[in-house]
Design a protein around this ligand. Sequence first.
Ligand code: DGY
Length: 426
Amino acid sequence: MEKSEMIDHARQVLRDNDRGSYTVPTHGLYPFQWNWDSALSALGFSHHDEARAWTEIATLLAHQWEDGMVPHIIFHQPDDGYFPGPEVWGTGRAVPTTGITQPPVAGFAVRRIHDRARDTALAAEQARALLPGIHAWHQWFYRCRDPQGTGLVALLHPWESGRDNSVDWDDAFSRVPTEGVGAFTRRDTTHANPAHRPTDEQYKRYIWLVQKFRSLGWDNSRLHDASPFQVVDPGFNAILIRSCHDVADLAQRLGMNAIAAESRAMADKGVAALETLWQEEQGQYLCFDRARGTLVDSPSIGGILPVFAPIPQDRVAALVRRIETLAESCEYLVPSHDPSTPEFDGLRYWRGPVWLIVNYMIADGLQRCGHGRMVDRILDDCLRLIETSGFAEYHDPITAEPCGGAHFTWTAAMVIEILNTHKVDA
Ligand code: DGY
């Protein structure tokens, strides 16, 4: 497919999923605004409509909670095609939202869109308006999800990670009860192949946690200690650190000195703390089960994603070697779980498939450290997947089978981003 044809197709996906001031990830399966989908989709818009890109992030931030949290879903309009809807969350917001959050990529996205903007006046105005809210969200993380001040935040629900059913959570999640969860009807499996989605057992535990947090009035000063699920994900922390780092740089250039200094301090502390998750034997980072006090022996992409943060060069070089090893057991990089392990499932969501958004973040980190050959390989694989199987939510890393939802916003946004910013053979 010609480069221009691919971009046209990707822009059509964005148009079809555009609801005016926000985009839905895909029609049917995800009919509302999702937090990290939105921030990453804004990167796609920014190449042809900067104002629309800024609106996407502004809409997300407009629904920030008073305590600083930016919720993972904003239910702009009723839609009974999704479960669990606003009535299950019961957060009591005027425009309903969920009560948990998602990977904070907005800080990174704002800096990137700002730094390459053609309309520099608009970019400075928008960045100035958005940075205080994004900074408050970052502070919220360290206050509410790292009450002991370790430098690393914990996830309290697998949905917060964005990697909903990763093998990383299996052990900790098995300790989340299912008693008291009444009958419910899943909707996701009517839109997508059930073999590509989390299991019913996992859904019961997802809902148990929602009910638990709801019973605590969604009071974020209480949720961390009350949650039986507290997992420190290196990938999630890396995104937070990178966003703090980018906010620091941008705020400094915009003369927002207090935000710059506080953001820099959070990023530096986070980078130092990430070292505690490095595992020489596996050659990558691992999750830490905070409730149990042990590392989680699960070689997932969450332990490779730290390249997105300003970690030391030797760690990045080791992670390149890790990716080279993964390449021996799959056709398309980077699988979300190691294909040589028994837990790998090439079709099931975050237990094996390739996700373009994660590839993009990994490639961005590798580029910073001069690993151009691996960057080319990863981004070429992204485009080969799209050419072979279309703009799916995720793809099997061995067969390229398209999985999950189709006509997917952030997949399209990443294609636009890759084709516009990277020299590729498309
Ligand atoms: C879902 O509904 O599958 C989402 O990933 C939760 O955010």
